[in-house]
Design a protein around this ligand. Structure first.
Ligand code: UDX
Ligand code: ADP
Length: 475
């Protein structure tokens, strides 16, 4: 049986781009992406491709090619489930905010709802593919729901974790380092794995498609993200030591990255990692380890998060202490709000936490991000529940023009590494700021020499503060 209809439940950052690429590369398969969020589906169907709900370089081209041909976005969930031989589950699995495992375990309520809906609707055999990042052994929970509530049809559950990174999703999907497919080791399980291998092998070389048992596949996803996040926390831990001792963390990163055993990637010191995956997946790993009584294993990985929280807080503290121990009533411009460049996603973005700390100090924040909407920034702050919605709107102003955001500011903080920040007319920014004019570069992207020559007091994460202090003294 070759798959002719694919349904994907969840039209978010994972489901949308992944299905668009599957549809682009497999014109013989009808791919329907469904979501309960009508606004989101309407945005996916928007004629103007700049209005797609997910900003991702190159995504508009892929959607343009496949949409209406074999790629469809719809709110008719039941219909799409019924029609499909293969159903991807790409719904969100946030960290639990209540009950057992609060703040650690993944909340599987959306996944369970999907499984129940599939069980209710399905009248023919289905292959169900977990795409969302899930804690190990979720597949067995899905299977149990499907088998006990279904209409006596056969379900095969596969785990096919997503490794795409936002901002480079299309290139990651077009040429993945590997595609991982986990399934049951039975004959039926192997047949289901083969069906999915056949989909991917329409554009991915066979040697890059790995098949494993379900649990290895699920755990590999958590492990990959834990290792990547650990590298960022490791270099960030060293950034603090560099600042105290006068070493430059960028030089250290370059030196160690040239060791081929270490490699150069994920060694960029920053204000802290964000995104929907790293923290959630590590917390999940920690929770799973604790569940099995593996306290040392849990503590080991938890330290990656502790370091990351420290890095965000340290950045905010440094702004306050440098601005003569008070930011009360001072305008602080934020360049960037997204958790990294080339995305409009703000989940767990360091900017939110830095803003929260500075608002506690009564700063006036003026934020600019090329892709993040104003309501999103307010929603991010409101979600923290630190202060009322009104207070958040009084403390944070959102600008569509970066020069306006920086005008009359006491300091500029760079929170996201957008390329355009490097191209700005920094003299114009300097001329319109309060003096001394401070820049806190949480991404290490700006030209230090240029900024120092213009008269800025420039702090870069992981570089000795000494030099900046000297410049400050000379003003
Ligand atoms: C990550 C994984 O890379 C991807 O494989 C998985 O499917 C989902 O989670 P993503 O969250 O989109 O992808 O972004 P990623 O590029 O991994 O960056 C995560 C965070 O780490 C960002 O905030 C980024 O700015 C930060 N980071 C990354 C650093 O601070 N320094 C680095 O050197 C690299
Ligand atoms: P991710 O980054 O994992 O893609 P998102 O939050 O961007 O996460 O997307 C998940 C999508 O799943 C959301 O648009 C949400 O509306 C959708 N969703 C959640 N539960 C269901 C459900 N039961 N049926 C259909 N869509 C759902």
């Amino acid at each position: 049986m070759a798959v002719k209809h694919i349904c994907c439940i969840g039209a978010g950052y994972v489901g949308g781009p992944t299905m668009a690429v599957i549809a682009q590369k497999c014109p013989d398969i009808k791919v329907t992406v469904v979501d309960i969020n009508e606004k989101r589906i309407a945005a996916w169907n928007h004629e103007d491709l700049s209005k797609l709900p997910v900003y991702e370089p190159g995504l508009d081209e892929v959607v343009k090619e496949a949409r209406g041909r074999n790629l469809f976005f719809s709110t008719e969930v039941d219909k799409a489930i019924e029609e499909a031989e293969m159903i991807f589950i790409s719904v969100n699995t946030p960290t639990k905010t209540y009950g057992k495992g609060k703040g650690m375990a993944a909340d599987l309520k959306y996944i369970e709802l999907c499984a129940r809906q599939i069980a209710r609707v399905a009248k023919s055999d289905k292959i169900v593919v977990e795409k969302s990042t899930l804690p190990v052994r979720t597949a067995s929970a899905i299977k149990s729901i499907l088998e006990n509530t279904g209409n006596n049809v056969n379900f095969q559950i596969l785990s096919n974790p997503e490794f795409l990174a936002e901002g480079t999703a299309i290139q990651d999907l077009h040429a993945p380092d590997r595609v991982l497919i986990g399934g049951e080791t039975s004959a039926e399980g192997e047949r289901a794995i083969q069906e999915l291998v056949d989909v991917y092998s329409q554009w991915v070389p066979k040697e890059n498609i790995l098949t494993t048992n379900v649990w290895s596949s699920e755990l590999s996803k958590l492990t990959a993200n834990a290792f990547l996040a650990q590298r960022v926390s490791s270099i960030n831990a060293l950034s603090e030591l560099c600042e105290k001792t006068g070493a430059d963390v960028n030089e250290v990163a370059k030196a160690i990255g040239m060791d081929s055993r270490i490699g150069p990637k994920f060694l960029k010191s920053s204000v802290g990692f964000g995104g929907s995956c790293f923290q959630k997946d590590i917390l999940n790993l920690v929770y799973i380890a604790k569940t099995y009584g593996l306290n040392e294993v849990a503590d080991y990985w938890e330290q990656v998060i502790i370091m990351n929280d420290h890095q965000k807080r340290r950045f905010a503290n440094n702004i306050v202490s440098t601005l003569y121990n008070t930011v009360s009533g001072k305008k602080i411009a934020f360049l960037g709000w997204a958790f990294k460049k080339d995305t409009n996603d703000t989940r767990e973005s360091a900017a939110i936490y830095v803003a929260d700390d500075l608002l506690n100090e009564q700063a006036q924040i003026a934020a600019y991000d090329p892709k993040v909407e104003e309501e999103q920034m307010y929603a991010d702050l409101d979600y923290l529940n630190t202060r009322s919605a009104d207070e958040n709107r009084q403390g944070l102003s959102v600008y569509r023009d970066p020069y306006e955001a920086c005008k009359d500011a006491h300091a500029v903080a760079v929170l996201t590494e957008w390329e355009e920040f490097k191209e700005y007319d920094w003299k114009r920014i300097y001329d319109n700021m309060q003096k001394p004019a401070f820049v806190f570069d949480g991404r290490g992207i700006l030209d230090k020499k240029l900024l120092n020559n213009l008269g800025f007091v420039y702090y870069r994460i992981g570089e000795g503060a000494q030099e900046a202090m000297e410049v400050q003294a000379s003003h």
